[in-house]
Ligand binder design. Structure first.
Ligand SMILES: Cc1ncc(COP(=O)(O)O)c(C=O)c1O
Length: 396
């Protein structure tokens, strides 16, 4: 039977324990994903090295990669699997060939792991980290981006869905501006893959990085790297010879694949195969059905929050400008107040939400509560959370 929104919930024991609203941090994998991982690990442990088993395992891994490529409308040879999004981003950075004085342009809504990469490039290479404000609406963002890009810009990084406030950023338009200046673009889809249908090539970028363990509900330990076919011939995140030493000397030089360039050494095939099962689950439910469900529940949440005294909805509410992530801010709250509220919502109302820094580097006056409404959440859970927030906010 193909998975549905209802049967998905039945495969998630966490839904019996709490109303879980932190899929943007870590999505719970359904039982069938766990089974795919544990079956694979058992098979490896019990049969390691038997030729037939190795080739079947390679076939399952290939199928997982192909399923993922189909899911994002890419070609299998453009996809590599990394340990996480941070490593995928670093692979892209490694392939850039930075020199002193180059600029790494990022939006002000990028994840702290990207800011940390930029800071390291500043310290180690003398690259300038150029941060473009992105939380004041698309038109102003694109205008600021246009004037920030220069002949020194070497890479633009932009999130598809911003982690701090769930806003969908105008990735394709930003990529157009960057390309006019000859600047390649990496899009961070950690918060969009699995939230709604994502056609990666249509985002008009050169590289994409993303996570398996958030909205895709895969196991932890798999990041996704996509390298557009145009970039594959020059993509060099690692030193790789044209012909591997184990290839026969007269064999033809093979066309580079993202996996060949980025997946060096032994990796966690069980987690990759588990991610493949997670993609099947998403395909069966349909990312469009997920988006319709989470969009409806998020509207209920946002409309109720907007009515509460001292509570502000930071996430844009216009259609298409956000999906299942909602960030709330609270008038006059300190980080400790907000941490206390997040804890009480769990201890007294059994709901899990996230304390969220809204900027990187962190600023004490830029904090919020991030709520991830995912495919498995229900309207009852959202209504319970609304009561919990209303009650918690009024007590402080
Ligand atoms: C937008 C975004 N990018 C990157 C990351 C880092 O992901 P990972 O921990 O898989 O490296 C996260 C994690 O929350 C994220 O939300």
């Amino acid at each position: 039977m193909p998975m549905t929104l209802e049967s998905l919930r039945a495969e998630l024991p966490i839904t019996d324990k709490a109303a879980y609203f932190n899929t943007g941090g870590h999505g719970p994998p359904p039982d069938s994903v766990l089974k795919a991982v544990s079956d694979e690990m058992a098979l490896q442990a019990h049969n390691y090295g038997l030729p037939s088993v190795s080739s079947e395992q390679a076939a399952r891994e290939k199928a997982a990669r192909e399923g993922l490529a189909r899911f994002i409308h890419a070609k299998p040879e453009e996809v590599a699997l990394t340990p996480n999004t941070t490593q995928a981003m670093r692979q892209v950075s490694q392939s850039i060939g930075w020199s002193e004085g180059d600029e790494f342009v990022i939006t002000s809504l990028e994840h702290v792991s990207t800011v940390s990469l930029g800071t390291a490039l500043e310290q180690d290479v003398g690259v300038t980290l150029s941060v473009v404000e992105a939380d004041r609406g698309d038109a102003e963002f694109l205008e600021t981006l246009r004037s920030s890009l220069s002949e020194r810009s070497k890479l633009l990084c932009i999130s598809h869905v911003a982690s701090p406030d769930g806003r969908v950023l105008p990735v394709a338009e930003a990529a157009d501006l960057a390309h006019e200046r000859g600047v390649p673009v990496v899009v961070d889809t950690a918060q969009s893959l699995g939230q709604f249908p994502v056609d990666v090539p249509a985002l008009n970028c050169d590289f994409m990085v993303g996570s398996g363990h958030k909205w895709l509900l895969g196991p932890m330990g798999v990041g996704i790297l996509w390298v557009s076919s145009d970039h594959l011939p020059s993509f060099r995140p690692n030193p790789v010879p044209e012909r591997e030493p184990w290839s026969p000397p007269d064999s033809p030089i093979e066309a580079p694949t993202a996996a060949h360039m980025a997946e060096k050494g032994t990796h966690n095939t069980a987690m990759v195969i588990g991610t493949g099962r997670a993609i099947e689950v998403m395909d069966e439910i349909g990312p469009g059905a997920v988006a319709a469900h989470t969009g409806r529940l998020s509207s209920i949440l946002r409309e109720a929050a907007a009515e509460m005294d001292g509570v502000n909805v930071l996430t844009p509410t216009e259609p298409g400008r956000s999906a299942g992530l909602t960030t709330l801010t609270f008038d006059g709250y300190s980080p400790d107040d907000l941490r206390g509220l997040v804890s009480r919502i769990y201890e007294e109302h059994n709901a899990v939400v996230k304390f969220q820094w809204l900027t990187a580097p962190m600023r004490l006056d830029r904090i919020g509560m991030r709520i991830s409404v995912a495919a498995f959440n229900t309207e009852d859970e959202v209504n319970g959370l609304i009561d919990a927030i209303r009650e918690g906010a009024s007590r402080l």
